[in-house]
Design a protein around this ligand. Structure first.
Ligand code: ACO
Length: 279
């Protein structure tokens, strides 16, 4: 039986639907293409903390409402509005990191990302933090940071370097070119890609398969894999380095002057998912 209605009321930016021990968490800001605002980050921390130890949840599915999976960080609410408010920025960064790496990445049960549509920038880390990622063939991926003159910060560069074929990763980082679901699978970023019409059936079939396994064994497999798979530097080191790099770049750009890519986006001068900011 589904409890989405009672749960939905708890949150403004996400929906939770429980059915036969498979829980579907939907990023639910379709009018903003499910971009991740500080509120969404705070709600994800709360929801995932609860679901991690929820007896009704054996498998977790994460997807997006409407035509988008997630348009990355909310360029307005996460970057622009709080950029001069250190305390709010600190809190948003902490929540943003916590739910994806501390909680989702180490979630005690199997997790599946169902990438139904747009997936840009910071959304790559949501996909990478899930154990399995199924993309719609028609989904659109892009490391669009270069298009507004930034690096794939937070942890994006690190997870892309870990997950993708290196030459492909750097190519998409440098060009910001879009790619589809099939390509996302070919370059190692997703597990498989299927026609959009079959996406959720495929995801729930896999969830059923996982439900039939020993949950303790699943958890141990995941922990073992993640332990041995840590590459040259730790997540903590990578996060600290990439955050510093991102701040350094912003400082240099403001010293240099010229167009601010985020401001141009907010003025609707271009779509970073599709190409660079006008100079
Ligand atoms: N941050 C804030 N608002 C966003 C974002 C975002 N990342 N993405 C979309 N929106 C908002 C738009 O501002 C617009 O709001 P409005 O209706 O109030 O004007 C609404 O969502 C719809 O966006 P459109 O651009 O009209 O939708 P469309 O379907 O044509 O394009 C697309 C969608 C391709 C996702 C485009 O909005 C885009 O390029 N977004 C930016 C994607 C991006 O570069 N993300 C990386 C962010 S940086 C990071 O994550 C580290």
């Amino acid at each position: 039986e589904s409890t989405s209605e009672s749960r939905g009321a708890l949150y403004n930016t996400i929906l939770i639907d429980k059915k036969d021990r498979v829980t579907t968490l939907t990023l639910n800001r379709p009018e903003k293409r499910n971009a991740m605002s500080p509120e969404l980050h705070a709600e994800m921390v709360q929801a995932l903390t609860e679901l991690a130890h929820d007896d009704e949840t054996a498998v977790l599915v994460i997807t997006g409402a409407g035509e988008s999976f997630c348009a990355g960080q909310d360029l307005k609410k996460y970057f622009h509005e709080i950029r001069d408010t250190p305390a709010a920025r600190e809190a948003a960064r902490k929540n943003s990191h916590d739910w994806r790496y501390r909680i989702l990445n180490h979630f005690p049960k199997p997790t599946i990302a169902a990438v139904n549509g747009y997936c840009f920038g910071g959304a790559f880390t949501v996909v990478a933090s899930c154990d399995i990622a199924i993309a719609a063939d028609e989904a659109t991926f892009g490391l669009s940071e270069i298009n507004f003159g930034h690096i794939p910060g937070g942890m994006v560069a690190k997870i892309v370097a870990d997950a993708m074929i290196p030459r492909q990763a750097l190519f998409y980082i440098l060009t910001g070119r879009k790619f589809d679901g099939k390509t996302s699978r070919d370059i190692g970023f997703t597990t498989m890609s299927v026609p959009r019409a079959n996406l959720m059936d495929t995801v729930y079939e896999i969830a059923e398969e996982l439900k039939a396994k020993d949950p303790l064994a699943l958890r141990a497999c995941k922990e073992a894999f993640k332990q041995v798979d840590l590459r040259r530097i730790s997540h903590e080191e990578a996060l600290s380095w990439l955050t510093a790099k991102s701040d350094q770049l912003i400082r240099k750009q403001s010293q240099r002057g010229g167009t601010d890519g985020i401001e141009s986006f907010l003025k609707k001068e271009y779509r970073p998912g599709f190409g660079p900011a006008p100079q």
